[in-house]
Unconditional design. Structure first.
Lengths: 482, 95, 506
């Protein structure tokens, strides 16, 4: 049952082969056993989850079930869920009980899905290894010494370790795709504006986008069907007709033009990752696709641009954490300024403080034009690179991450090295495009390798089709670490 | 690019982050490394390029001027560090 | 006076929307603390702003009313600083692309001292932008603590920034008053100054003529015209004294203390000068179409300046009367209703006791207007003042007032009779004609009756008539008195005068 796809689980639930309560209990038991090792969950609330499962069973019995009714889903701890502790991986919100539901949570509730728990993450989604969480690092199920990637490391680990049926993640610079790659699962970040950001604790508002993390492209499509949709409470939510993301899964790939950016296969890419990606591309040729070399000339600028824009937005977004209305307040202080400074210094971890400082600096008087404005201009050049590229191809492919999962503590003290590992994923967020990662084999250290698929705006259904066809022809996505 | 201790102190103050001298120095060295990475941008000629703030070139949607919210003070203040008589309490503000 | 004063104003006016600028929470004044502080107002993690259409409409209307450029695309920016009444740690405002661009306002300045004459001046408005209000700090809420009430947080504000075009406290006050009148006139703000709906920040500097601008100090949050004048007077003198004593002015934010009449520098926000403005990524650019703008222009009433000019040019009113009548839209509308309605009730006035001049036909509307103006700026305004009411609360409607004014025009009422009718309308309501009837206030205008009465008096006072006719003009008053007494005070005085003059002349 723990290896069943979402579609199979839906069938089993509707056929009463298993109840939602039983399925939920099964996962809760697995979490109780394995979470002490992987630390994938920050909060589990068995009573609440089982109550939701019981309600789902009622719907199932009444024949009112939708695709995900009764299925236990792990929620990244960045989504506010009413009555649930919602920490965002931070001491600042260690005791924060969310008083409302994020739009994503509402969507899952409406679909009758079960909230299985809140997954671990880099603090305020700032990190690529899940080592910045106040609640401790997450372990990679393929090798507990290795990181799961980040920031949605808990979600990736939970999906890979079969501690949930599927999970949600968020992706500001690769936080869905990179941990999906490092944990050998599938994940998609849709076009910016497709999933409402309402109730998703903001990191960098113009880049943040939620998406599913699951064991297959097909599961991702079913999850995306639930997560997307217009929400009037988010000004950047797009007013578009509801789509069925499974609609094109079975289309053949004959004639598909796959663009390969030469910058993605240059210096800095590990040989083993490069080989696995090349093998995957060979498989696509067998499936009828043609490969086209393209160029994204501003790729190397994506990292510096991102590390100006994201921290700038973050420095402002995180100003609300001041110890006044909710969240951590320092136990001792002399006056108001001291209360602010101590609460924030004690409530935020090192990486978050570092990014707040970068962001504050680049926005401060005299530096705005040289940093922030210049970064916004180059952002347009980067987006334009993709527009030009999609003249020549239907999807773009390449590695998700330059290397497979590294060991905990390995990149410890050098933030620049850590930032550079986001090189292939960041540009997609800057452009607002959809991006996906699917497993395509294993590296020299037997850790999973991810293949990145980048689509044009609103081309998620095609990307899922492209991924699904590959998953019909290969079995990397169904390999389990256990 | 290298930041001065005074730069870091000023930024920490603006961001309301208490930092001792050791922390300031550590931050100074790390931030300097990051700003070296960021400095790569400076060489790019961006004359006539419009800054890009949003992924899509759309305009702001407007909300009808109707009351939709109800009083949830009790719920919201149940998670507040310090409240009294419906007010959030902070150390004395001097104007 | 060897010093020039340079003043610019930043006025924050709360817009009269039902809900906040970025959320559907109510903006009603005076609610229990934090009961109107919704998730967006208290900046819960994950909440997002959505712009209120009503706030944008009001900003556009203001821009149109001051002849300003309305930006087809404007942008919201974040102004970052920490303060307990600012829950997000930033204020959503507009920075380099405001919704309203350069405009102008014509003001009527009444110098506060000396015998200087009133004059007109055009003050340029640099810009006006939309932003959100902050909450309120309640000092001494608890021992050694400050309380924070976020009901006001997120209330829409239009910040109206003037050029430094004013050079006296009188001009600054005249500008602030004109702006205050305008925002209420076009219905974008209730302008309630006690409730903080209209707050002025005044930038003041001094310089010697011909020298570059001096360093300015900003007096924050003045919410009364009287305080504004006092604060500016004090500040100007302080700056001049400081410079003349060899000191320098440093840029500062200062507060005015109405109890002492002095200004002092604020102690907080000392490092708030680096606001780190950047475009708010949660909000998209605000686009205003030509159609939307024009549809709002069509809803604008005739503006105070246009109406003031019309009153002077078309109705022949004095500048003084025109200013007073256009001090509020309620007053001006009341006046217009009176002028129009009285004209209908009394289509052909023969003469006007109020003006004391015979009427040529072309002047009839002017005479009527002057009569109405006198009553509104005189008796009615005085009565409103006595009862502490404003025009909107006036117990006598324009229709009731017109009913009475029509009876002055058609000579049914004498001036004293009219005052009695007005007092009755004010206290008891009703309708002028019924009051005249029940109180017997109808004056005698029947020329036959008046002639008979005068004939009787002349016959009974032959000796006095002879004295009068021999040149003792002063006796005319004696005859008027007798005649009035004989008519029990009801004779139309003008008519009586005419008849007496004619008959006494023999």
């Amino acid at each position: 049952m723990i290896n069943a796809t979402l579609k199979q689980l839906g069938v089993a639930l509707r056929a009463k082969q298993i109840s939602s309560v039983e399925l939920t209990q099964l996962y809760l038991d697995r979490i109780a056993t394995h979470n002490p090792v992987y630390n994938a969950y920050i909060t589990v609330n068995a009573k609440t989850s089982l109550a939701q499962a019981a309600a789902a069973d009622t719907l199932l019995a009444a024949g009112d079930a939708q695709a995900l009714t009764g299925i236990p889903i792990a929620q990244k701890d960045i989504f506010c869920a009413q009555g649930w502790r919602t920490t965002c991986g931070s001491k600042m919100l260690a005791d924060f009980i969310a008083p409302y539901d994020a739009h994503v949570i509402e969507q899952f509730n409406r679909a009758g899905a079960v909230n299985l728990g809140k997954t671990n993450m880099d603090e305020f989604a700032m990190g690529s290894s899940n080592e910045t969480s106040y609640f401790g690092p997450v372990r990679n199920p393929w090798n507990p010494k290795a990181v799961p990637g980040g920031s949605s490391g808990g979600a990736a680990s939970a999906v890979a370790a079969r501690l949930c049926a599927a999970a949600t993640g968020t992706d500001t610079g690769g936080s869905i795709r990179q941990p999906a790659a490092l944990c050998g699962i599938s994940g998609i970040k849709p076009t910016y504006g497709t999933v409402s950001r309402y109730g998703m604790i903001a990191f960098a508002s113009s880049l943040d986008q939620a998406g599913p993390m699951a064991r297959s492209a097909e599961d991702c499509a079913l999850m995306l069907n639930v997560m997307t949709g217009f929400d009037e409470r988010d000004s950047t939510s797009l007013q578009r007709d509801k789509e069925d993301y499974t609609r094109d899964l079975n289309k053949p790939l004959t004639g598909l033009r796959i663009g390969l950016p030469k910058e993605f296969f240059a210096e800095g890419l590990s040989a083993d990752v490069g080989s696995r990606v090349a093998e995957a591309l060979a498989e696509y040729r067998k499936l009828g696709a043609t490969l086209v070399e393209i160029s994204l000339p501003n790729t190397r600028l994506a990292v510096p641009v991102y590390y100006v824009l994201a921290p700038a937005e973050a420095s402002s977004n995180l100003s609300r954490f001041d110890g006044v209305r909710y969240g951590y307040r320092a136990p001792e202080y002399t006056d108001l300024a001291d209360m602010y400074e101590k609460s924030r210094a004690q409530g935020f971890g090192e990486e978050v403080k570092r990014r707040i400082m970068i962001g504050t600096y680049v926005l401060s008087h005299g530096y705005y034009d040289a940093y922030y404005l210049q970064a916004q201009k180059i952002r347009r050049l980067i987006a334009q690179d993709f527009t030009d590229a999609f003249e020549q191809c239907d999807v773009i492919m390449g590695p998700t991450s330059p290397s497979t999962a590294f060991n905990l503590g390995e990149k410890g003290d050098d933030p620049v090295q850590m930032y550079l590992s986001d090189i292939y994923t960041i540009a997609v967020n800057l452009a607002g495009l959809p991006g996906m990662s699917i497993p395509c084999g294993f590296g020299d250290n037997t850790m999973p390798v991810g293949l990145q698929i980048i689509g044009n705006y609103f081309d998620e259904a095609r990307m899922l089709n492209v991924a699904h066809q590959y998953q019909l022809a290969t079995d990397w996505h169904s390999r389990a670490p256990l | 690019m290298s930041l001065s201790t005074a730069d870091v102190q000023k930024v920490a103050r603006l961001a309301r982050l208490a930092m001792n001298n050791t922390e300031i120095e550590a931050a100074r060295s790390q931030l300097s490394g990051i700003f070296e990475l960021i400095a790569e941008m400076q060489a790019v000629d961006t004359t006539d390029i419009a800054p890009m703030s949003h992924a899509q070139d759309l305009s702001q949607r407007l909300r009808a001027d109707n009351v939709t919210e109800t009083n949830q003070r009790e719920l919201f203040q149940s998670i507040a560090p310090q409240v009294e008589s419906g007010l959030y309490l902070v150390p004395q503000v001097i104007e | 006076m060897s010093w020039e004063i340079v003043i610019g104003l930043e006025v924050h006016t709360q817009l009269s929307t039902q809900t906040k600028i970025f959320s559907g929470a109510s903006t009603t004044y005076g609610a229990e603390p934090n009961t109107q502080a919704d998730a967006v107002s208290i900046a819960l993690p994950g909440v997002l702003p959505v712009l209120n259409k009503g706030a944008v409409e009001r900003a556009i209307k203001f821009g149109l009313a001051v002849g300003a450029h309305i930006a087809p695309r404007s942008v919201f920016a974040r102004k970052n600083y920490f303060y307990p009444d600012l829950p997000k740690g930033y204020q959503i405002s507009q920075f380099d692309l405001p919704v309203v661009g350069m405009g102008a306002l014509t003001i009527q300045v009444e110098p506060l001292s000396g015998n200087a004459k009133p004059y007109e001046k055009v003050v340029r408005i640099t810009r006006a932008h939309l932003e959100e209000d902050a909450g309120k700090s309640v000092h001494g809420a608890s021992q050694g603590m400050t309380g924070v009430d976020l009901n006001r947080a997120g209330t829409p504000l239009l910040e109206i920034v003037s050029e430094p075009d004013m050079c006296s406290a009188a001009e600054a006050v005249a500008y602030a008053k004109a702006l205050h009148t305008l925002v209420r006139w076009i219905g974008i703000s209730d302008g309630n100054m006690q409730e903080g709906s209209f707050r002025c920040d005044v930038n003041v500097s001094v310089r010697k003529p011909g020298e570059p601008l001096g360093t300015r100090r900003e007096i924050k949050n003045l919410n009364s015209f009287k305080y504004m004048q006092q604060a500016i007077d004090y500040e100007v003198q302080w700056q001049i004294d400081t410079i003349e004593n060899g000191g320098k002015i440093h840029q500062a934010t200062i507060l005015f203390n109405p109890d002492t009449g002095e200004t002092r520098a604020m102690r907080s926000k000392e490092d708030a000068h680096d606001y780190r403005y950047f475009p708010d990524p949660d909000l998209l650019p605000l686009d205003i179409s030509e159609e939307w703008k024009e549809s709002l222009r069509a809803t604008l009433p005739e503006l105070p300046e246009a109406r003031r000019v019309r009153y002077v040019n078309e109705l022949g009113l004095s500048a003084y009367d025109a200013n007073n009548l256009t001090s509020s839209r309620e007053m001006a509308d009341y006046f217009d209703t009176c002028v129009n309605t009285v004209g209908v009730h009394a289509p052909s006035p023969q003469s006007s006791p109020a003006s004391g001049r015979g009427g040529e036909r072309g002047n009839q509307s002017s005479i009527l207007a002057k009569l109405c103006a006198n009553w509104l700026t005189g008796e009615l305004s005085a009565q409103l003042n006595r009862d502490g009411l404003d025009m909107a609360q006036c117990p006598v409607t324009a229709q009731q007032m017109s009913g009475m004014l029509a009876r002055i025009v058609d000579n049914t009422l004498s001036n004293s009779g009219a005052k009695e009718v007005f007092r009755t309308l004010w206290a008891e309501g009703g309708e002028a004609d019924a009051i005249i009837e029940s109180k017997g206030l109808k004056q005698v205008s029947d020329s036959g009756a008046i002639e008979a009465l005068v004939d009787e008096i002349i016959a009974a006072n032959a000796d006095k008539v002879a004295e009068y006719r021999s040149g003792k003009d002063k006796l005319f008053g004696f005859f008027v008195g007798l005649a009035m007494k004989a008519s029990k005070g009801k004779a139309n005085p003008a008519q009586l005068n005419d008849v007496l003059k004619q008959k006494l002349a023999g």
